[in-house]
Design a binder for this molecule. Structure first.
Ligand code: GRF
Length: 200
């Protein structure tokens, strides 16, 4: 069993999927702390409902990014977190957080990376006219959605898709893929070799 710390900024539907999968014994892990930079994030309520520590670390109340991230590291360490999962965390991760959790931090992105990184991956895919988009779970590095890829799932784009309808189908896949990636990490089956992640 490993300890998960989940970083969020919003509604936390991926957080919920991670909690549910962990409680169902699917991921060999449990969520020990949820941290949000936004005090209004609904994900905090989800954590509390499951008796999980819900901590607000509001980036706006810190003088700079390093001090802010040091506080996050402190809380993650207090809870003995083995793996940090970014789930709708809307800040770029800086060097402090990265250096403390190198190879131990993963993110989910609503597109097939390296296509459509950054914000609104689903809308970018729709506007571009791709026929297939999807979901990527990857290790976090210093770039924006650039780290080594762990798992991907494809989602077909339909002719009549709106951003909402496509996002909803992508989200369904997100909720399946994130727990699978966490399980692989928890089982020690992920090996990073340069840009590639080997699944043992
Ligand atoms: C998801 O689409 C995720 O891929 C992206 O941000 C969104 C977060 O949604 N990184 P939620 O807060 O997990 O519902």
């Amino acid at each position: 069993m490993i300890n998960l710390g989940v970083l969020i900024s919003g509604r936390g539907s991926n957080l919920q999927a991670i909690i549910d999968a962990a409680e169902g014994g699917e991921t060999h892990s449990h969520v020990v702390v949820v941290i949000s930079n936004d005090p209004g994030a609904y994900g905090l309520e989800r954590a509390k409902k499951h008796g999980i520590a819900a901590v607000v670390i509001d980036n706006r109340t810190f003088p700079d990014k390093n001090t802010y991230e040091l506080e996050i590291v402190k809380v993650l360490r207090q809870h003995k977190v083995d793996l940090v999962c970014l789930a709708g965390y809307m800040r770029i991760v800086g060097k402090v957080l990265l250096s403390h959790f190198a190879g131990k931090m993963i993110n989910i992105h609503p597109a097939l990376l390296p296509s459509f990184p950054g914000l609104h991956g689903q809308k970018q895919a729709l506007d571009y006219g791709v026929k297939l988009t999807g979901v990527t779970v990857h290790f976090v590095d210093e770039g924006c959605d650039t780290g080594p890829i762990i798992l991907q799932a494809a989602v077909p784009v339909k002719d009549d898709d709106s951003e909402e309808s496509l996002s909803a189908r992508v989200l369904e896949q997100e909720h399946k893929l994130y727990p699978q990636a966490i399980r692989l990490f928890a089982e020690g089956k992920l090996k990073i070799e340069g840009r590639k992640v080997k699944i043992l």
